[in-house]
Design a protein around this ligand. Structure first.
Ligand code: B16
Ligand code: MG
Length: 219
C-alpha cells in the first residue's frame, strides 16, 4: 500500500519559528503589546494575516486596514531578510534521514505548509525536488486548523486521506491533520501537541521500530 507523507515546513523541516517570533515581536512593539515566546506557540502553523489579528486582539486599540497592511509587509520583509541566509545546518535533527527512508520505500511525499514563503525556503535549502507535491500558504483559502491544505496535498498525491501521515509541530496543524482523517504525528513538546496520535521531541528521537512500521509497505 502506497502512503502519502505530508511534512509541515516551519518547525518540522527547518527551525524558522525563532525568526517568525523575532519579527512578530517587533510588530507587537509597534502596536504597544507584549508578546511572549509561550504565546508564539499559538501562532505556529497559523497564517500571516491571522497571526497579526491574534496579536492585535491583545490590545483594545483599533488599527486601520492600511496600518495592518503596512505591518504585514514589514513583518514579511524582515522575515525574508532573516531566512535568506539560512543554510542546511538549520534543518531540524533527523529530518533528512526520515525523508530519505520514506523516499527509498516508494511512498509519496508532500509539503503542507501555511507559509507563503515555503517555496523560497525549499529553494534556499535545496529541497524542492524532494517533494512530489507542494501545498503552501498560496495554495489554500483556509489555513490550519482547517484541513483544506492537507486534503489538497492528499488529492494531488492521489493518496486517500486515511493513508496519509502528517508530521506537524503546531497545535493548529495537528488539529488540521486530525480533521482531515490523517494520522497526526507531533514533532515537538507533548505538552503542546497532546492532540497528536503520536508525538516525538524530534525526528532524531523517533523510535526506529515505530518508523519502520509506519513506512512498512503492506501489499
Ligand atoms: P508566512 P508552517 C507557518 O508555516 C508558520 O508556522 C507560521 O508561524 C507562519 O505565520 C505561517 O507559516 C505563515 O508564514 O508569513 O511565511 O506566509 O509551520 O505551516 O510551515
Ligand atoms: Mg510548523
Amino acid at each position: 500500500m502506497q502512503k502519502g507523507f505530508i511534512f509541515d515546513l516551519d518547525g518540522v523541516i527547518v527551525d524558522t519559528a525563532k525568526y517568525h517570533y523575532q519579527c512578530w515581536q517587533k510588530i507587537a512593539e509597534h502596536a504597544g503589546v507584549k508578546f511572549s515566546l509561550e504565546e508564539n506557540e499559538e501562532l505556529k502553523g497559523v497564517g500571516r494575516v491571522q497571526s497579526l489579528e491574534w496579536i492585535l486582539k491583545k490590545t483594545s486599540k483599533k488599527f486601520s486596514q492600511k496600518q495592518k497592511d503596512i505591518w504585514l509587509e514589514e513583518k514579511n520583509q524582515h522575515y525574508v531578510s532573516l531566512i535568506k541566509d539560512m543554510t542546511r545546518k538549520e534543518l531540524l535533527p533527523g529530518v533528512l534521514a526520515v525523508m530519505e527512508k520514506i523516499r527509498d520505500t516508494g511512498h509519496r511525499m508532500a509539503l503542507g505548509s501555511a507559509s507563503k514563503n515555503a517555496k523560497l525556503i525549499l529553494d534556499i535549502l535545496r529541497l524542492t525536488s524532494s517533494f512530489d507535491v507542494i501545498v503552501d500558504g498560496k495554495s489554500v483559502q483556509h489555513t490550519k486548523p482547517n484541513p483544506e491544505g492537507f486534503l489538497l496535498a492528499a488529492e494531488l498525491m492521489r493518496i486517500p486521506p486515511e493513508n496519509c501521515v502528517v508530521f506537524e509541530d503546531a497545535i493548529a496543524g495537528v488539529q488540521a491533520a486530525n480533521a482531515a482523517g490523517m494520522l497526526s504525528i507531533g514533532i515537538g513538546k507533548q505538552k503542546y501537541l497532546h492532540e497528536a496520535i503520536h508525538c516525538f521531541e524530534s525526528f532524531a528521537e523517533m523510535d526506529q521500530t515505530f518508523l519502520d512500521n509506519l513506512i512498512l509497505v503492506n501489499e
